[in-house]
Design a protein around this ligand. Structure first.
Ligand code: PLP
Length: 362
């Protein structure tokens, strides 16, 4: 049996370092907002090439807090990809803003820059590109539009730790970026964790207050804040794992190459490869017109798969007021995408077995 993802297995190579880090926190007697968080923030900012990193409780909060910190009027519009993960869209709603859907490019599955301009209105304040599956959105035309219309860009980098766009790190491609370190991400904690990266000094200091009850000085509250702090234990664990991220991403790329070279089944549509080396392959997503049958075939042969994602946000009950939106590209993608196992601990033999099995499906 090859599970889609085994979190115990992916943390196995890090166990010694995780134990040391946890012991250090345990012995310190300091568990919230201390030197471990500060240390991780510095390391991750350096990794991304940004001036600031602000640790928060999770990826959804990272996005929501940035949108709140910008202080737009209620119901201002934020452009989001229509095939996003629900959290990207929830952040907009939770910041009392209105999501405006833009369809993805059917080849890259990422927000289509050519469709953004038509969605801009006088109420538009921000664009929220999601670097889905580990590949960066086409940022140059998005930045050009943002400059022309006076909009800010919030990257959702939750699936793109270490991804590059024209040689520049994800998280340093817009005005701010939201990160998740949910256990299954390329850089994953052993619980919930998130961060924001930005080069904006003022935004960073506002976010440091917003994550901690709106307080800069203890018992002095300047804003209506949240309790959304990254804790010392998760920060220490993330610091222990960060040095391996680049190697692990290389391993993911190697496995992605095996899949790309090995899968010859003409009914299986492979992901785009034009940014092979800049993509960090958070997920290896293929498409099949008979997705559910294909999935069952793999399952019967001991191969776990997943679907990212089965229902587009505008078709969720939570967004029923958007149910009438016509978004055919997204709806098609949600019907036929399937994610194959891909993680740094998967062996070549396992991937070769998955490839052989896929090539047998008719
Ligand atoms: C995981 C993820 C999030 C949310 O992160 P959490 O830490 O689970 O809140 C947001 N956006 C994308 C694209 C994600 O993959």
């Amino acid at each position: 049996m090859i599970p889609f993802l085994d979190l115990k297995q992916i943390n196995q190579p890090h166990l010694d370092r995780i134990r040391k880090a946890s012991e250090r926190v345990l012995q310190s007697g300091w568990y919230i907002l201390g030197s471990e968080v500060e240390n991780f923030e510095n390391q991750f900012a350096t990794f991304c090439g940004t001036r600031h990193c602000v640790g928060v409780a999770n990826g959804l909060d990272a996005l929501t807090l940035v949108l709140k910190a910008w202080g737009f009027e209620t119901n201002a519009e934020v452009i989001v990809p229509s095939n996003a993960y629900i959290a990207s869209v929830l952040s907009v709603t939770l910041a009392n803003l209105t999501p405006v859907w833009v369809e993805p490019d059917p080849c890259t599955y990422l927000i289509d820059p050519a469709r953004i301009e038509a969605a801009i209105t006088p109420r538009t304040k921000a664009i929220l590109p999601v670097h889905l599956y580990g590949r960066c959105c086409d940022m140059d035309p998005i930045c050009e539009l943002a400059t022309r219309y006076g909009l800010v860009i919030l990257e959702d980098a939750a699936q793109a730790h270490g991804a590059l766009y024209k040689g520049k790190q994800a998280g340093n491609l817009g005005d701010a970026a939201g990160w998740s370190f949910y256990p299954s991400k390329n850089l994953g904690a052993l619980g919930d964790a998130g961060a924001i990266t930005t080069n904006d000094d003022e935004l960073a200091s506002r976010l440091r207050a917003l994550r901690n009850y709106g307080s800069v000085q203890k018992y002095v509250n300047d804003y209506i804040g949240h309790n959304s702090r990254l804790d010392e234990l998760q920060a220490a664990i993330l610091s222990a794992k960060l040095p391996s991220l680049t190697t692990e991403n290389e391993r993911r790329k190697g496995l992605a190459r095996l899949y790309l070279d090995g899968i010859t089944n003409p009914d299986v549509m492979l992901p785009p490869t034009d940014q092979m080396d800049q993509d960090v392959w958070h997920l290896f997503v293929v498409r099949h017109a008979r997705r559910d049958q294909f999935r069952a075939f793999l399952h019967e042969r001991g191969i776990g798969t997943d679907v990212h994602y089965p229902v587009p946000p505008h078709k969720q009950l939570a967004y029923s007021e958007h149910a009438q939106c016509v978004l055919p590209i997204s709806e098609q993608l949600h019907r036929d995408v399937i994610s194959l196992p891909l993680n740094p601990t998967l062996t070549n033999d396992e991937v070769n077995y998955i490839i052989d099995t896929i090539n047998q499906f008719t």
